[in-house]
Design a binder for this molecule. Structure first.
Ligand SMILES: NC(=O)C1=CN([C@@H]2O[C@H](COP(=O)(O)OP(=O)(O)OC[C@H]3O[C@@H](n4cnc5c(N)ncnc54)[C@H](O)[C@@H]3O)[C@@H](O)[C@H]2O)[C@@H](O)CC1
Ligand SMILES: [K+]
Length: 492
């Protein structure tokens, strides 16, 4: 079982750096040498045929790491070219020392003049955790030239231009093939825009003792499919269906019956004891024919919903609900029932019209829905997905699943989880309907709201990856996930 990886903000990693220097008496320059050596060893192992190594260095310690890589590469007999923005002077003692060492070894630094020569591999050491604003004009030019070279890029610590806390790029950013992060994993690298820039992300602890930072609460935790077993223990032999909960899926306005079916099937394939559907009369026959295991009821008003609400353990409300009078009345009845809820799609759009605390709910917005729930624009949500998820938790007092690349699950009093699985093939209509059923099923089987949201989002993403491995990402359908959900809901 793979435990969650703790993720930290840049300020926390700076504090770790200072703690290591103070308590272990490891000088900053020594940490920089370890970082540069680790990066050089990775580069050599990953691209053994590379002869010409280009290194771009910025003014801080990230640039210092770059000078160290350059020195090791040169000592190993490679052709190494180091570039820096014109007029760049290192701003820290450690970086100044690394530059002096590079020069003493016979190396030189070329001021970027708008062009970069052909290289076999680029090492990106312009900015790391110290980025405070969009890259300078010269740095932007260097970033654009490196990206245009189509050569492999090893980014040191963070791809330059990416904010280590949010994963957002306010200007140009390096398109890395591989990112080697130092000391601890930065929370920005695992969600949103960063996922388009950081390539494969690896971590090197610079040989600091593993328990040294145990007292520091991480900003988030990355969960990966290898950890699913924590939540999905095998069933005991004497189990009966009453132990596994009863999910009621509410939705399927005329023309949207498929959405509520996807939700119900998601719940069934995640092992719920019973799944019921409350939908429009016109949708019942098709749903019964397609998925007889779902107990489908014609529900035209809140009165018809009442007995179904009573029997349910968890309600999944929203898939295909519509925003008309029918959907509004069923949502209101669901909220009034006091039952645990998963709210998605049109249920969220209806909530926007009358925001209120929803302590019994799990909200599963995509960035557009999150923006509407917060009254801000979509770009503001994506610019800081952690902050947006936390703002939703504060406003609605609910567990929140902010979907997208690197889905974030946040909840009152919880360290947020980032889902370390999923692929862009899942950006397609109906995927969210399946997710709401999966989460509702796990909640109904006894996981807390937060755990069900984390485990459900992880299971759903892992099933999406498994399906994409077989048939590719483009054209992936939500229903392609079902066999994989079932398999992965029973980890070996
Ligand atoms: N903190 C640690 O634990 C360690 C840090 N190391 C490296 O040090 C990095 C952090 O170093 P720094 O804090 O010096 O910061 P950076 O090297 O990330 O660079 C920031 C420097 O550039 C300036 N700057 C920021 N944004 C700019 C912009 N857009 N245009 C122009 N200048 C800009 C800042 O004022 C600062 O001087 C890490 O990312 C890592 O690569 C390693 O040397 C090893 C240990
Ligand atoms: K960098």
């Amino acid at each position: 079982m793979i435990p969650p990886l703790p993720l930290y903000r840049a300020a926390q990693v700076r504090a770790m750096d200072e703690l290591a220097i103070a308590t272990l008496a490891v000088p900053a320059h020594e940490l920089m040498t370890r970082a540069g050596r680790a990066a050089w060893e990775l580069l050599r192992a990953r691209w053994p045929a590379a002869r010409r190594i280009g290194v771009v260095c910025g003014p801080g310690n990230n640039g210092g790491d770059g000078f160290v890589v350059a020195r090791f590469a040169r000592e190993a007999g490679h052709e190494v070219c180091v570039f820096a923005p014109p007029g760049m002077h290192p701003r820290t003692d450690a970086a100044r020392q690394a530059l002096a060492d590079w020069r003493a070894a016979g190396g030189r630094v070329v001021a970027f003049d708008g062009v970069l020569p052909e290289m076999d591999v680029w090492v990106d050491a312009l900015y790391g955790t110290g980025l405070t604003r969009p890259p300078s004009e010269a740095a932007q030019g260097m970033i654009e030239r490196i990206n245009a070279s189509r050569k492999p890029v090893l980014a040191l610590d963070v791809p330059s231009g990416i904010d280590a806390d949010t994963g957002h790029a306010a200007g140009a950013a390096v398109q890395a093939t591989l990112t080697l992060s130092f000391i601890a994993a930065k929370c920005g690298l695992y969600t949103g825009m960063a996922r388009d820039f950081d390539g494969e992300v690896l971590l090197h602890d610079l040989d600091l003792p593993a328990d040294m930072f145990a007292a520091m609460t991480p900003a988030a935790r990355l969960v990966v499919p290898g950890g699913l077993r924590r939540w999905l223990a095998p069933r005991h032999a004497n189990a009966h269906k009453g132990e596994h909960g009863h999910v009621l899926c509410i939705g399927g306005e005329a023309g949207m019956g498929g959405a509520v079916r996807l939700c119900a099937e998601g719940a069934l394939r995640t092992g719920v004891g019973l799944a019921s559907v409350a939908t429009r009369t016109s949708g019942v026959a098709a749903l019964v024919a397609a998925r007889p295991e779902a107990m489908t009821h014609a529900v035209e008003d809140a009165a018809a919903l009442a007995p179904l609400l009573e029997r349910a353990t968890v309600l999944a409300v929203g898939p295909g609900l519509g925003q008309g009078a029918w959907g509004r009345s069923l949502l209101q009845a669901a909220l009034d029932s006091g039952k645990p809820l998963v709210l998605d799609a049109d249920a969220l759009n209806l909530i926007v019209q009358s925001p209120r605390p929803l302590p019994q709910a799990i909200l599963t917005p995509h960035p557009g829905e999150a923006a509407r729930l917060l009254g801000i624009d979509n770009a503001a949500v994506q610019a800081d997905r952690y902050a947006a998820a936390e703002a939703l938790v504060q406003r609605y007092r609910a567990v929140v699943v902010l979907k997208g690349a690197g889905t974030i699950v946040a909840g009152p009093g919880q360290v947020p989880a980032v889902i370390g699985a999923g692929n862009p093939g899942m950006a397609t209509g109906g995927m969210g309907d399946v997710l709401s059923g999966v989460i509702a099923a796990l909640h109904a089987q006894g996981l807390s709201a937060f755990e069900a949201a984390v485990a459900g989002a992880l299971l759903h993403s892992a099933a999406g990856d498994a399906a994409a491995r077989i048939g590719g990402q483009r054209g992936l359908l939500p229903s392609d996930l079902f066999p994989h959900l079932r398999r992965m809901a029973n980890p070996e």
